[in-house]
Design a protein around this ligand. Structure first.
Ligand code: C2E
Ligand code: MG
Ligand code: MG
Length: 698
């Protein structure tokens, strides 16, 4: 009886020791996992190693501590290689499934398989490590062991996932619960394995380590590994805390705006980052309010800069009062941000915006007078309106929309408010005046007749000489003009200006075919052909001298209308060219219907001619296709002698590109044509000139 009691007592002791080893290793492992919830690679590799070593070592210790319970003594022999294998495999299995868990953010459907694999792998290892012989096998027990292992891993991972975003005390409980679940499952499954199949006992002998020695090793080595990991973790935490403290100290100096005391952009972005993490973890949303004062400049002018500063200070304190600590920041002179977190919906955001507006627009007393400002607010919701990195920009776009609608209101972000360019609104405003202010100009890029190498024409390309930004590319402002309905006005100007220039050149004796780019929007102008005709008549231009370039993709839009309009232009006698050919998806049948005279191979194909067999095939196929359809072929973007040679070989009719000349002003082109003062020696086709006319340059 006494012996029986002794055995029970001893067994309980070993089980308790196993539970302690498993539980502590799990606590430590989870603590490692929690480190660096920041996603940088080095710390993520570190934490996987730390957590995997902890959990795996714990599993191995449980395996060692289980032996005396089952065999009532330390006489069994253990192969050292097998022990190493069990340990290494346990560590690897833990690391692999933790890596999976790590990648699979909070979604149960993704971390459940990770837990399943880990539970199964560990029970398999325990089977291997117990040296279990297959017969007689108790399948029920084995299944129970497996079930317990998997259930343990699932509860541990499940609890661990809920840890994120919890308060510190709640996190402690979750961590303890997760560790306990792990310990019970690992210890339980280990003992069930022993019941499922008796171990094939081998007495200790040469080359084998006895159970007693193994236990000492487990305590010493396992203890050393776990203590080492604990120390490393503590050092890491200490360093982080010291870093955070230093940052805080420095931060209060560097990260707050000196005028208003509000967090500056950098600090506010940090706060926003943390808020986004919290919102992710707890499935909540955020509202970011971008506030810009209306009528601040007049206040500055009326009350001077000191008065302006006082207004900003007052506005800042009002924003702070309504938005709670650290949740308001100052971005730039009269731009502020406010963050609303928790269970935030559009209504709450709207309510806060209204309160902020009411508060900001209260009169501010300055030297016995009252200054009044209002504000425009743009609101972007997280996660609906974009990731953290775009949130401020989106809120700003919404603020601009509020401003352009008259100000003193708040507007929620909508994707259409983003027009690609950050400062579209300002650019658009300037573009509206660009024509009247004479900031637009046409540049001309020569087209070379491939067989003779002579210049036979030029393409008119629009340039915007912006007073502050310098030269703005048509790639930027044409899409903008198209989106905001300015393109027809610009397009009409281009037609008129190109025809005027053609006339001037003609009068100077230069007969050059001029190409004009037409936007798809112009094709939808019902009176395009009529007004073109009027312009041609006014400048007395032979329509044959003008080419209209329409991009392939725009020719594909609204095909019926396009064909009708192009026919009208064709009837006028204008040349039609399909620009950027190869980038759209026109069908052969459709191409045949178009009244075109010319195809321009897109620059992207020319670019790769020397290096890509495919590009050569496409270019030669396009040239052959064009020939079959009785169209001339122009290659654009010719930059190298190699491309030039290949295109000529393929029978391209005309060439255009930096190799010959970049787009240049009308004057520069005329100088070159008439006095050979240009980028390189090149002949202008003699037929371009009329001998009889006196040459003069406009
Ligand atoms: P696009 O009609 O295909 O014009 C060719 C573009 O390629 C021009 O750019 C030209 O400067 C550039 N280019 C020419 N040769 C080379 C070269 O060898 N290498 C490189 N890298 N580029 C070369 P740009 O002037 O910036 O015009 C861009 C686009 O803007 C034009 O493409 C055209 O679609 C549009 N665009 C320009 N002016 C007008 C216009 O007056 N009206 C309309 N609707 N669109 C215009
Ligand atoms: Mg073009
Ligand atoms: Mg082109």
């Amino acid at each position: 009886m006494d012996a029986q009691l002794d055995r029970i007592f001893a067994a309980s002791l070993w089980v308790a020791l196993s539970l302690a080893a498993a539980g502590l290793s799990a606590q430590l492992g989870l603590a490692w996992m929690e480190r660096a919830w920041a996603n940088n690679l080095r710390s993520s590799a570190q934490r996987l190693l730390g957590a995997g070593l902890s959990l795996g070592t714990g599993v191995w210790m449980v395996h060692v501590f289980s032996e005396p319970v089952q065999s009532a003594g330390f006489s069994q022999g253990h192969a050292p290689a097998l022990e190493w294998a069990v340990w290494a495999l346990a560590v690897s299995a833990a690391m692999a499934s933790l890596a999976w868990l790590d990648a699979a953010k909070a979604r149960a459907a993704r971390w459940l398989p990770a837990a399943l694999v880990l539970g199964s792998a560990l029970v398999g290892l325990q089977w291997l490590g117990a040296g279990a012989s297959a017969a007689p096998l108790h399948l029920g027990m084995l299944l129970a062991a497996w079930g317990l292992g998997v259930a343990g891993a699932v509860s541990t991972f499940g609890l661990f996932h809920r840890l994120k975003g919890q308060s510190q005390s709640a996190a402690t409980w979750y961590r303890a619960g997760a560790s306990l679940a792990w310990a019970l499952a690992i210890v339980g499954s280990q003992h069930l394995i022993a019941l499922a199949a008796p171990s094939a006992r081998v007495p200790a002998g040469p080359g084998l380590v006895s159970g007693g020695v193994l236990i000492v090793l487990a305590v010493v080595l396992g203890g050393a590994v776990l203590s080492g990991l604990l120390l490393a973790l503590r050092r890491h935490l200490k360093a982080r805390a010291a870093g955070a403290k230093a940052r805080r100290a420095l931060g209060s100096k560097l990260l707050n705006d000196p005028l208003t005391g509000l967090p500056n952009r950098q600090l506010f972005e940090g706060t926003l980052g943390q808020a986004v993490q919290r919102a992710d973890a707890s499935n909540q949303s955020l509202a970011l309010l971008f506030i810009n004062l209306d009528g601040f400049r007049p206040v500055n002018e009326a009350f001077g800069h000191r008065g302006g500063d006082r207004v900003l200070g007052k506005v800042a304190s009002r924003l702070r009062a309504l938005s709670g600590p650290h949740m308001a920041g100052r971005l730039a002179s009269d731009e502020f941000l406010v963050l609303l977190q928790g269970k935030v919906g559009v209504e709450q955001a709207s309510e806060l915006a209204a309160k902020l507006q009411a508060s900001v627009s209260q009169p501010i007393a300055l030297d016995g007078r009252a200054a009044t400002v209002s504000c425009s607010i743009g609101v972007a919701m997280y996660p609906e309106d974009g990731a953290q990195s775009t949130l401020i920009r989106h809120a700003e776009a919404a603020m601009r929309a509020a401003k352009s609608a008259g100000g003193a209101s708040h507007v929620f972000f909508e994707p259409r408010m983003l027009s690609g360019v950050r400062d579209d609104v300002a650019l658009l405003r300037d573009l509206r005046h660009a024509l009247a202010r004479g900031e637009l100009e046409l540049y001309y890029q020569p087209k070379i007749h491939a067989p003779s190498g002579e210049i036979t024409g030029a393409e008119a390309l629009m340039r915007w000489n912006h007073p502050r930004r310098g030269m703005v590319s048509p790639g930027v402002f044409i899409p903008l003009a198209e989106r905001y309905g300015l393109i027809n006005e610009l397009g009409s100007w281009v037609i008129d200006e190109a025809c005027r220039q053609t006339r001037v050149w003609r009068d100077a004796g230069l007969r050059m075919r001029v190409a004009i780019n037409l936007s798809v929007h112009q094709l939808r102008q019902p009176d395009l052909a009529e007004s073109f005709e009027e312009v041609l008549r006014r400048h007395q231009i032979n329509p044959e001298l003008i080419t209209c370039e329409i991009t392939e993709s725009s020719a594909m839009e609204d095909t019926e209308v396009t064909i009708r309009v192009l026919r009208q232009l064709d009837l006028l006698g204008l040349h039609i060219s399909i620009d950027d050919f190869g980038t759209g998806h026109s069908s052969l049948a459709y191409l045949r219907k178009l009244p075109a005279h010319e195809l321009k191979i897109d620059r992207s194909f020319v670019l790769d001619l020397e290096t890509s067999e495919d590009a050569r095939k496409v270019a030669s196929a396009v040239i052959n296709l064009a020939k079959a359809l009785d169209l001339k072929v122009v290659a654009e973007g010719v930059e190298t002698e190699g491309q030039n040679r290949i295109l000529r070989e393929y029978g391209c009719d005309q060439l255009q590109g930096y190799l010959f000349a970049k787009p240049m002003s009308a004057k520069a082109l005329a100088l070159w044509a008439m006095h050979d003062v240009g980028p390189r020696t090149m002949n202008f086709r003699s037929s371009l000139f009329r001998e009889s006319t006196q040459l003069s340059i406009a």
